[in-house]
Design a protein around this ligand. Sequence first.
Ligand SMILES: CC(C)(COP(=O)(O)OP(=O)(O)OC[C@H]1O[C@@H](n2cnc3c(N)ncnc32)[C@H](O)[C@@H]1OP(=O)(O)O)[C@@H](O)C(=O)NCCC(=O)NCCS
Length: 188
Amino acid sequence: MKSITVPLSKKSARVIVRPLEKTDYDNWVQAHSCLRPAQNEWDETNWAASQLTKQKFNELLKKEKKQRLADHFYSYGIFRIDDGVLLGSVNLMDVSRGIFNNAYLGYRIFNIYWAQGYAQEACNCALSIAFKNLKLHRVEAGISPRNKKSIRTARGLNMRYEGLSKRRLFFNKKWEDMMIFALTKEEY
Ligand SMILES: CC(C)(COP(=O)(O)OP(=O)(O)OC[C@H]1O[C@@H](n2cnc3c(N)ncnc32)[C@H](O)[C@@H]1OP(=O)(O)O)[C@@H](O)C(=O)NCCC(=O)NCCS
């Protein structure tokens, strides 16, 4: 597929999903500096100041742009429309074209904004970009059987449970099983 040169974005009632831009630096620093301690093994707390420099941010933007232009990995910030606050991220990862036309969905909401429906809304925006703009045929999410919150997110998106993939992901120094959820264009 021809690479997409225009950064794509999608709005819903309360959020806009779009790539990070240079002007988001202060917002990004704030987002990674005001969190509660990690709430579970998949969550993250604040980053050290050394990880939040302008140089690190610019490197991140550069990397994300390169991955986007390569049609390989699409990273999006989730912004609240009301006040512009950065709520988290949603990604369409490891795009595989040719006979697959598949990507993996990844998502994270910063823990101070949990349980307000933002993951659902943002992931729905990402699915719209995936199927309507990027012309993907299948989006897949791999979730640890212990990650109950994420399983609820996938089910809420009407992703279909396909089965347990054994020893799929190396996480926290061990191979982990993953529950595979998927949605194809036909179902979407
Ligand atoms: C998994 C994760 C993304 C969920 O984020 P979230 O924004 O809290 O999820 P939502 O708010 O959309 O859904 C959580 C609950 O809030 C409820 N909710 C509360 N207010 C709501 C509103 N105004 N609108 C809709 N839903 C609302 C939802 O119904 C849902 O209830 P349920 O869990 O009983 O189904 C978040 O916990 C996270 O980032 N975890 C760490 C990273 C992670 O695990 N990522 C996934 C790896 S596979």
